[in-house]
Unconditional design. Structure first.
Length: 524
């Protein structure tokens, strides 16, 4: 999942990828990438323990939710986030015999301008790459890793050691406090523009030497998605003995630095290219624009705008609808914190985001029949991120989000409360719902229509504490959804088919790689 974004004025690119490897039947690794908020995370379910994949999924969800609240220093946020995840895993393990003993290890990075704060428990790793080389910043909390860090054994000997998978620190084995000794390793350092970060599970570091990791990163610098895939391929080519996950974060000048000695020749080539282009442009001015288009030379792209809704200022829009009316493709409509009682149709190619995730809430006015909070039906692609859609006792919604367009991404959106259908997906366009939270939706959290093929990834479904027992997902015949790394809490059945096409065996296959906790916790 490549991501590019601007973090407080610095353009940072990042991507994450995960694979079950060549030996394991399931993937117990989880990861999270959020460039805008500077949050990067790898969680690895501890092998040999019960439901490690569930522990890793809980850890990702709880940690991210805590870090979204910008209270306290970076170190305090990191310590609290990992501790909350630890204690939630302990609590969930106590609720079901199937989850007794589930734990995970975690490596977390929070980037704020040039400041890097790391929280680490276990034997996943974080590497820092600079023009001077590669450095492992975290310490392996394992008997073998400790000896390697002390230079008592070589990296190669550690990779081959029969006890290399043992750890003496984990997340979830017992209740913790943020400042408990021998629990969370916190590291604070710089993250400069010419540097890069790599967070990875031991499925990579146990199979691929540090020198090979460094060479692989530098060869593909400039394309984080390619870097992450190349690292996973290297681990699998070496045997793929474990799940392997890589999260790669690149500063704005890292790729340029890698070009090094190649810059001389490339600059001379670039000067020649610009000379030719300048000649063509000058000639084209005399013949008119059609000459340029005949040679397929694109005009300069229009600069995208950010249209702000709410807050104070003459340039602010009073309503979301007014901003959407003024928006053009590639524009971003940004919502200040507040409740917005508007039914919206997102224009084609426009993004809708909350300035602070979780603080902009779409609601329905009281006594509004058949209310649909947000509809998307374009072809250019749109992204909705950080919003909450809430149905209230006196102001229900018929549908929260109605998705029928192409290239639509719904990212980090909360769907909650008195809603008939939380997210309704129709058509066969490319639609991704990732990192979303369906909390106590009174109706059907997710409905997938005929021939729809959405990707539902790393989302959380929590059933209401009371009311009718429903499935988390209603699915029509001929739909071909992809469900990956989702967690269902309290739902006895994952999906409710609307036709005989979805047999129990097909539903079981659909939910492979997703996780369920049977007992819903109304306080969650």
């Amino acid at each position: 999942m490549p991501r590019n974004g601007t973090a407080k004025g610095r353009t940072i690119a990042a991507a994450g990828a995960s694979d079950r490897g060549r030996i394991r039947l399931e993937n117990e690794d989880r990861f999270y990438v959020d460039v805008e908020r500077g949050i990067y995370l790898v969680a690895d379910g501890v092998g040999g323990h019960a439901a490690g994949e569930v522990a890793a999924t809980i850890a990702c969800d709880v940690i991210v939710r805590r870090l979204e609240r910008l209270t306290g220093t970076a170190e305090e946020r990191v310590r609290e986030a990992i501790t909350l995840a630890n204690n939630e895993i302990v609590r969930q393990a106590a609720s079901s015999p199937a989850y007794v003993g589930m734990t995970c290890v975690v490596t977390l990075a929070v980037v704020d301008e040039d400041c890097l704060t790391i929280g680490h428990v276990g034997d996943s790793r974080l590497y820092l790459l600079t023009p001077q080389g590669i450095t492992k910043l975290t310490h392996d909390h394992s008997p073998v890793g400790e000896r390697e860090d002390a230079q008592e054994i070589s990296e190669l000997d550690a990779m081959r050691h029969p006890r290399r998978n043992e750890v003496f620190r984990d997340v979830g084995s017992k209740l913790r406090e943020p400042d408990d000794p021998e629990f969370i390793e916190v590291i604070a350092t710089r993250f400069d523009e010419d540097s890069a970060l790599l967070l990875c599970s031991d499925g990579l570091s146990d199979m691929v030497a540090t020198t090979v990791i460094e060479r692989t990163v530098r060869q593909s610098a400039g394309d984080p998605g390619v870097v992450a895939k190349a690292l996973i391929d290297a681990a699998n080519d070496a045997g793929g003995a474990d799940n392997v996950t890589a999260v790669y974060v690149e500063g704005p000048r890292f790729a340029a630095v890698q070009q090094g000695t190649r810059s001389g020749r490339s600059q001379s080539g670039s000067r020649a290219a610009w000379l030719i282009l300048g000649t063509l442009l000058g000639f084209g001015m005399g013949l008119g624009i059609p000459f340029l288009t005949a040679f397929d030379i694109p005009l300069l792209p229009r600069r995208a705008r950010t249209l702000v809704v709410g807050g104070i200022g003459a340039d602010r829009f009073a309503t979301i609808g007014a901003a959407l009316d003024a928006a053009r493709p590639d524009d971003v409509v940004q919502l200040e914190p507040g409740a917005y009682p508007e039914a919206l149709l997102l224009p084609d190619g426009v993004d809708l985001v909350a300035k602070e995730p979780g603080t902009a809430v779409l609601v329905a006015p009281p006594s509004s029949p058949k209310w649909v909070a947000l509809s998307i039906n374009g072809r250019l692609g749109s992204r909705v991120s950080g919003l909450r859609v809430r149905g209230q006792p006196d102001a229900p919604m018929t549908i929260g989000l109605h998705l029928a367009g192409h290239n639509v991404v719904i990212d980090d959106v909360g769907i909650e409360g008195n809603i008939g259908v939380g997210v309704d997906v129709e058509g066969d366009g490319a639609i991704v719902v990732r990192g979303c939270r369906f909390s106590e939706v009174t109706g059907v959290p997710l409905r997938i229509g005929a021939k729809a093929r959405p990707v539902i990834r790393q989302s959380l479904f929590v059933r209401p504490a009371s009311g009718e027992q429903r499935a988390a997902i209603e699915i029509a015949a001929e739909a071909t959804p992809e469900l990956v790394d989702n967690l269902l809490v309290g739902y006895g059945d994952g999906a409710q088919p609307s036709s005989g096409y979805w047999t129990p065996s097909r539903i079981q296959q659909l939910f492979r790689g997703n996780y369920r906790i049977r007992t819903a916790d109304p306080a969650r």
